[in-house]
Every structure is written in C-alpha cells, then in structure tokens.
Design a protein around this ligand. Structure first.
Ligand SMILES: C[S@@+](CC[C@H](N)C(=O)[O-])C[C@H]1O[C@@H](n2cnc3c(N)ncnc32)[C@H](O)[C@@H]1O
Length: 239
C-alpha cells in the first residue's frame, strides 16, 4: 500500500487532532420539556447564530454596535435573561451545548420580549478561537463552570491556559472576565491560571466580593443547598 504524501499525512493529522480534542463538557442526556422543544423549534432561526469558522459580525447580527458580553455555559439561561433584561443597551451572546437549556433561554427571550440576546450552540472553545474577533468584548461571564473535581479530569477544566490567553485576547482594554464557582479547588486553580494569564489583572487581591447584581443561577442554588462556598473572580483586561 502506498504511504501517504506529507501533505495527506499532515491534513490527516490535523483532522484526527481536532476530533481528539479534550472537551470541557459531556453532552447531558436530559430530555427537553415540551415547552423547551417548542421554543427551540419556533425561535432558533431568529436567535441562534450558526457556528462558522470565521470572525462574526456581531454589530450586523444585533443590528447595533452596543457593547457585547459573552457568557460561556449559561445552562438554563435564566440568569442570562435577567441580566439582559436589566441592560437593554448592551448585547449578550450565550454559548451553550445543552439543547434543553437553549430551549429554556429561548422561552425566556420570548416571555421577556428580549432583542439583545443571541445564542451559539457550539463548543465555546471553538467559538472563541474562530468567531469572536480580538479586542471585541466588554465582558465575559462564566458562572459555575463544570468543576471536573477528579484529578484525572482536570484537563477538561475550561479555565486554564492557553484558553485563558485566548479569552484575554478577545476582551477590549478595560473589559472584564467575571467567573463564579462553588468548587473551592477550582476557584484556587482558576485564580492561579488567571493570575498567570498575560494581559489580565486581578481587580482584587484575591477572590472578589460578591457582586449584588448577579442573579443566582440554577447550579449556584444546588451548590448552596450543599453548603458549598461561592467564590468570585474578577479580572480586568490591561490597556
Ligand atoms: C455546571 S453547568 C452551569 C450552568 C449555569 N451557568 C448555571 O450556573 O446554572 C456548566 C454548563 O456549561 C456548559 N459548557 C461546558 N463546557 C462548554 C463549552 N465548551 N461550550 C459551551 N458550553 C459549555 C455545559 O453544557 C453546562 O450547561
């Protein structure tokens, strides 16, 4: 059998590398409710931006150039909807892979008549690498990311270098990265990773004090019910 040319070999290696990439999520199997399915079917076209491997024109997609906040892993999206409703002069892009949660956020968008939210149903890592232009974000929200508590799973944690460097590169000067977790070990890990990320400066010495405008999310409520301490991290982009 002829051996593959260098070109074939390298494109094959790229493909395999991409498919083997370690993900920060495992798709949950939970079924969507009838209401979530209905909202998804009727509203997806209007509010979901298809993934594309090229920088997106967010001003065009929102129809204005208001400041943009991206939320990674919004879950059921209720906090997302509350924040967007309270800030009609800002745009919000939610990234999530859990379709029932996307259906739920679409339901909230309709119920609250929100026009300042868009959703991308895709791996946030690839969305940041491909679609979010450099220096384009006012804020980045990451509320209760999957903690991956077992040591052998730490490589799946979202908040780690070099991805935090990609995140930093997408924030505009003065923009903020706001993360909250109820998993102490992940909080300490993220503090170390973010402190070591070029371009980001901790706005506080250590963990941040709780911000009173943030609505409690579903996973936060679960954590509080188990007496987990909530840790907040607030970093600002230099410049
Ligand atoms: C522990 S849940 C927290 C959800 C919500 N923020 C809350 O506090 O209730 C983490 C969420 O992040 C999503 N997620 C994890 N990695 C992701 C990725 N790479 N891209 C998009 N969503 C991701 C998961 O699907 C899940 O819904």
């Amino acid at each position: 059998m002829p051996s593959p040319s260098a070109e074939q070999g390298s494109s094959c290696a790229l493909t395999q590398g991409a498919s083997r990439q370690i993900k920060s999520y495992v798709l949950r199997t939970g079924r969507a409710t009838a209401a979530q399915r209905r909202s998804y079917d009727s509203l997806a076209e209007q509010f979901i931006v298809p993934f594309a491997p090229a920088p997106a024109d967010f001003a065009g997609l929102f129809g204005n150039d208001n400041p943009l906040t991206v939320e990674i892993g919004f879950g059921m999206g209720i906090a997302t909807a509350i924040i967007a409703a309270a800030n009609p002069d800002k745009n919000y892009l939610g990234l999530e892979v859990h379709r029932p949660g996307i259906g739920r956020l679409l339901w909230e968008i309709e119920k609250r008549s929100l026009s300042n939210i868009r959703i991308i149903e895709h791996d946030a890592v690839e969305v940041f690498q491909r679609m979010i232009p450099p220096l384009s974000l006012e804020a980045l929200h990451i509320f209760f990311p999957d903690p991956w508590p077992k040591k052998r799973h730490h490589k799946r944690r979202l908040i780690k270098r070099p991805f935090t460097e990609t995140l930093a590169g997408r924030l505009a000067p003065g923009g903020c990265l706001y993360m909250v977790t109820d998993w102490e070990d992940y909080g300490n890990w993220a503090l170390a990773e973010l402190n070591a990320t070029a371009g980001l400066v901790n706005a506080y010495q250590d963990f941040a004090p709780p911000l009173d405008w943030r609505p409690k999310t579903k996973f936060e409520q679960k954590g509080l019910a188990k007496n987990h301490a909530v840790k907040e991290l607030f970093f600002v982009k230099e410049g």
